[in-house]
Design a protein around this ligand. Structure first.
Ligand SMILES: [Mn+2]
Length: 304
């Protein structure tokens, strides 16, 4: 079984893995869960080999009791000793922009549209400032436009944002068909239209607090990352967003500044018992109902 992140990098990584190693059952955790809950665990239990792509699952050890696991990822992490293979360049001090580039390195896979969509999906406009941009420039020379890669990433991301878990899996097969097939998927364009209206509605309600933006929102869509990105990238400063859902609070912080380090906040969130993860410039957390605003107030006090 291939367990993959629900975003464009995770989808393209799963497509690459199938191209490299052959077809396999696909699985993505409940949307928004950067961990394995009991229901997901019950499904995984029927599998003796699980390949994990583009996810740093904090409780991954429990899969080792019934399955051989392999992990390919680029998030900050610590070594998973029970894995057959844990290939994450973070472990030896290298930063990779996407899991698609990790897989390309590990399996000597030549950069193609799948690798490129993973990069632009995770990095956004910052993709232009990293060494891997050369891979994308090479594709551009061969007639693939940067805009089409950005759009493909958005279309693939639309399924989790709107909350369609099965569609995330279908997107892996769509991605395998080719870039044009992604770009011509009308149902994904309809998703985008719905999502963009919802993101815009919330972005406009953000509170400008000088050094940063703060937004408290309430939506069932998985758009906290998109809202935070838009605030940070368009507004040019750190964005702090809390979303209240029926069963949980969500927290997100992102800075457009490459010097920004979210790592201490990830540690603080974990210390408080929240499920938290992220990279240098971004962190996300899932908190018990009512905790989101408290944690946001703490962060804003630190950043003031
Ligand atoms: Mn990724």
């Amino acid at each position: 079984m291939i367990l993959h992140h629900w975003d464009a990098d995770g989808i393209c990584s799963a497509a690459m893995y199938i191209k490299i190693n052959g077809s396999d059952t696909l699985f993505t955790p409940k949307l928004g869960n950067f961990f394995i809950d009991d229901e997901d665990l019950a499904i995984l239990r029927n599998h003796s080999q699980i390949t994990i792509l583009d996810m740093n699952l904090p409780d991954v050890d429990k899969l080792c009791s019934f399955a051989k696991i392999r992990i390919y990822d680029h998030h900050r992490t610590t070594r998973v000793e029970c894995a057959e293979e844990h290939y994450n360049p973070y472990l030896w001090g290298e930063r990779f922009p996407s899991t698609t580039t990790v897989l390309a390195r590990r399996f000597s896979y030549s950069a193609d549209y799948l690798v490129a969509i993973g990069i632009v999906g995770d990095m956004g406009p910052a993709a232009k400032n990293i060494p891997e941009w050369a891979l994308i420039e090479n594709l551009i020379k061969n007639g693939i436009s940067y805009d089409s890669l950005v759009k493909a990433a958005e279309l693939l991301d639309s399924s989790y944002k709107i909350g369609k878990r099965e569609e995330v899996i279908e997107n892996v097969y769509l991605a395998l068909q080719g870039l044009d097939d992604i770009l011509h998927a009308e149902h994904l364009w309809r998703n985008l239209d719905t999502i963009q209206k919802e993101v815009q509605r919330w972005v406009e309600l953000a509170d400008d607090r000088g050094k940063f933006f703060y937004l408290k929102m309430n939506t069932e869509m998985n758009i906290i990352s998109a809202v935070t990105r838009k605030l940070a990238w368009d507004g040019g400063k750190t964005a702090i967003v809390v979303n209240t859902k029926p069963d949980r609070d969500e927290f997100y912080i992102r800075s457009p500044d490459s010097e920004f380090d979210a790592t201490p906040f990830i540690e603080e969130a974990k210390k408080r018992g929240y499920r938290a993860g992220g990279k240098k410039e971004v962190m996300g957390a899932i908190l018990p109902k009512g905790e989101g605003e408290k944690f946001a107030n703490y962060i804003m006090e630190v950043l003031k």
